[in-house]
Write a protein that binds this ligand. Structure first.
Ligand SMILES: Cc1cc2nc3c(=O)[nH]c(=O)nc-3n(C[C@H](O)[C@H](O)[C@H](O)COP(=O)(O)O)c2cc1C
Length: 150
């Protein structure tokens, strides 16, 4: 259940989402995806990524571990191939955006029109860039890219 009162067209209540861990490939199983109230993509990075070499999933006594390593087709192919196909599902789309510096995030977000929400996956945001661009200064370019007030 969402912690917010309202996010886009999704309201708090009995909303069903699968998080960005990407347990589901919506294009391989569209009939399953259509049972959700919105689809959250795997994280998209500027360039394609193979992800980590297998094994990428391990079961332990304390739960399941995964280290996929942000495998994804990259921004260009996502925008030209994947996103148009996802739109055909007619579901609210939440796009998970990843990158290594503020410009990576801003450039991808600027190309995402007409999506329900954008999730920023900051896991690989470089420490070096963090020092150069303090957190409070990173927000305005991102907000501008997202079409909001700067
Ligand atoms: C909001 C969010 C979304 C994520 N989505 C993905 C994903 O789609 N694919 C993936 O491999 N890891 C995903 N992860 C996990 C980490 O981003 C991923 O393990 C990352 O490579 C960890 O980086 P590190 O090894 O530098 O800590 C997500 C994490 C967060 C917080």
């Amino acid at each position: 259940m969402l912690a917010t009162e309202r996010l886009g067209d999704i309201r708090r209540g009995d909303t069903v989402l699968l998080n960005a861990s990407g347990c589901l490939d919506a294009l391989l199983a569209p009939e399953v995806a259509r049972q959700l109230d919105g689809f959250v993509t795997k994280t998209i990075t500027p360039l394609p990524r193979e992800g980590n070499a297998p094994p990428r999933i391990a079961e332990t006594a304390y739960g399941m571990l995964n280290a996929i390593g942000l495998a994804n087709p990259g921004r260009k192919r996502f925008l030209s191939d994947t996103l148009p196909q996802l739109r055909e599902l007619a579901l609210p789309l939440w796009i998970s955006v990843g990158g290594f510096c503020a410009a990576d995030f801003a450039e991808t977000c600027a190309q995402l029109d007409d999506v329900e929400a954008i999730e920023l996956n900051l896991c690989r945001f470089r420490r070096r860039d963090r020092r150069r661009l303090p957190r409070r200064d990173a927000a305005p370019p991102l907000r501008k890219a997202l079409g909001g007030p700067s």
